[in-house]
Design a protein around this ligand. Structure first.
Ligand code: GLU
Length: 494
């Protein structure tokens, strides 16, 4: 049995994309499942595009998702000597050559090939230069790149992909590719292989967008005298129009940070991401970490691309509705004490936290979260939609203000009266509050629902919510009396 060693090697040129997070998650699951190791390697060789901000964002995102790694972060730039050395070895072993063709020459050849409809790719001009010709060009100071010498073989290069099965590519389609730029810097294709060999990576699990790299990299492994890792290419995640999901076309919803800021539970996002392109073979949709580690296999990955069901500018859903539904499920089912800790962060961020919620009023705090969580989509909702439970300063939703429920001209009077009657109650509980409300409705010859629905809106700012009498006892007699008598709340604009 091989020692499983997988890696997550992001290029730090932007935020942590949900596609990247999914790659990290799948590698993490695979490592956990096989008691293996996950290596985090920051592929920062593109120094012009790599930024510290992006490195920090990636690490922060992974930590938030609780996807821990066993080794690293290693930084690819620290191993620059290994990459240069590997390129030299390939040159010395006759597996690579210096190519002096200029960009203009290459462009011209490319255009000719396009016009003649022949294969577009490097034609091998410098492949057969004699050592003397090479020396002469070097002495003239002509800049060169180093190209890998793709073996001239008939037939196809074949490998077994753990997800896709047998993959074949004709050797004739693989051009002599560049491994070192003219400025002496080795390119991704080479660095990535050298690092995977050094890090003893057993399985390379990455997106299908890397498949053309894989065939070329297999040749590099061979030339460097190293056994191949197992390759597994995951389906891509596209939008409904089958486009790649990107910040440019979809905005913030593609960044992990967005979900943290919005108040998603990290595991809800992981659960969702895993189901994008993988299925358990059962109807089960929600998995704990342990369950997912148990049931996860690469063989159950889908071969076809998965869909991130989000339309930019969607009025109803601010991200994929399935992700929202999964988040709601975890909000409803998570242990209340854990929920309490998560909501605490949000209340603090919105300046709604009161230290009494930590000890003296802990029971009230947790019971309140339990009461109100059923309609919420995210942790942020506790601080926004649920604001009235934690502060006396809250707005009333506009919708009910326009509805009849708050339009009756006598409603203000009725609430003042109800407020007085509530104040007089020596025992304020669900029964007494309900009885008082119904009695007043009877006296006024109106439906109790008018008072009940109106009261919910006045007391919580929201038209919908938990049972009115639960709300009354949760808020307590003093707040209820004060809010019902405070008519200005009803018509904030006047
Ligand atoms: N740095 C590459 C990327 O972010 C790594 C690809 C890979 O080999 O997994 O796409």
């Amino acid at each position: 049995m091989v020692d499983v060693r997988v890696r997550f090697p992001p290029s730090p040129t932007g935020y942590l994309h949900i596609g990247g997070a999914r790659t990290a998650l799948i590698n993490w699951l695979f490592a956990k499942k096989h008691n293996g190791k996950l290596i985090l390697r920051i592929e920062d060789t593109d120094t012009e595009r790599s930024t510290q901000e992006s490195i920090d964002g990636i690490l922060e995102g992974l930590r938030w998702l609780d996807l821990d790694w066993d080794e690293g972060p290693y930084f690819q730039t620290e191993f620059a000597n290994d990459h240069v050395q590997a390129a030299q070895n390939l040159l010395a072993g006759g597996n690579a050559y210096k190519c002096f063709c200029t960009k203009e020459e290459l462009d011209e050849k490319r255009e000719q090939a396009l016009a003649q409809k022949t294969t577009v790719g490097y034609d091998g001009t410098c492949r057969n230069l004699t050592p003397e010709q090479v020396t002469a060009k070097e002495q003239q100071g002509i800049p060169y790149v180093i190209r890998f010498k793709v073996p001239k073989r008939k037939g196809t290069l074949v490998y077994h992909d753990k997800v896709l099965g047998t993959i074949e590519r004709a050797y004739s389609e693989i051009e002599d590719f560049v491994i070192v730029r003219s400025n002496g810097k080795p390119l991704y294709l080479l660095c990535n292989v050298v690092d995977d060999i050094r890090d003893r990576i057993s399985h390379v699990i990455r997106g299908q967008d890397h498949m053309t790299n894989t065939t070329r990299q297999i040749l590099l492994y061979e030339a460097l005298g190293s056994p191949l890792p197992v390759f597994a290419h995951m389906p891509l995640t596209l939008d409904l129009q089958k486009r790649k999901i990107s910040k440019r076309s979809h905005g913030e919803v593609v960044a992990v940070q967005f979900y943290r800021d919005k108040g998603f539970l990290p595991w809800a996002l992981c659960n969702f991401l895993c189901l994008l392109g993988w299925n358990p073979g059962t109807e089960q949709e929600f998995f704990s970490r342990e369950e997912l580690i148990e049931v996860f296999t690469l063989e159950r990955m889908s071969k076809v691309n998965s869909v991130f069901n989000y339309r930019p500018g969607d009025q109803k859903f601010f991200t994929d509705p399935k992700l929202i539904a999964i988040n709601e499920h975890y909000l409803r089912t998570i242990d209340t004490e854990v929920l309490g800790q998560l909501v605490e962060e949000k209340l603090k961020a919105y300046e709604l936290w009161d230290d009494s919620y930590a000890v003296e009023r802990r029971d009230w705090y947790l019971a309140t979260l339990d009461l109100i969580k059923d309609r919420f989509h995210t942790l942020n909702d506790f601080a926004s939609l649920g604001r009235a439970y934690f502060s006396d300063s809250y707005d009333i939703e506009e919708k009910p203000l326009k509805k009849n429920v708050l339009k009756h001209p006598d409603l203000v009077q009725w609430f003042k009266e109800l407020s007085k009657r509530f104040a007089d109650l020596s025992t304020f509980n669900q029964e007494t509050a309900e009885q008082t409300t119904r009695e007043l409705a009877d006296e006024l010859a109106i439906k109790p629902g008018i008072l009940i629905n109106g009261m919910r809106t006045v007391l919580t700012g929201q038209l919908a919510g938990p049972s009115m009498f639960d709300i009354l006892t949760t808020l307590g007699q003093d707040k209820v009396v004060m809010r019902l008598s405070d008519i200005s709340r009803l018509y904030p604009s006047t």
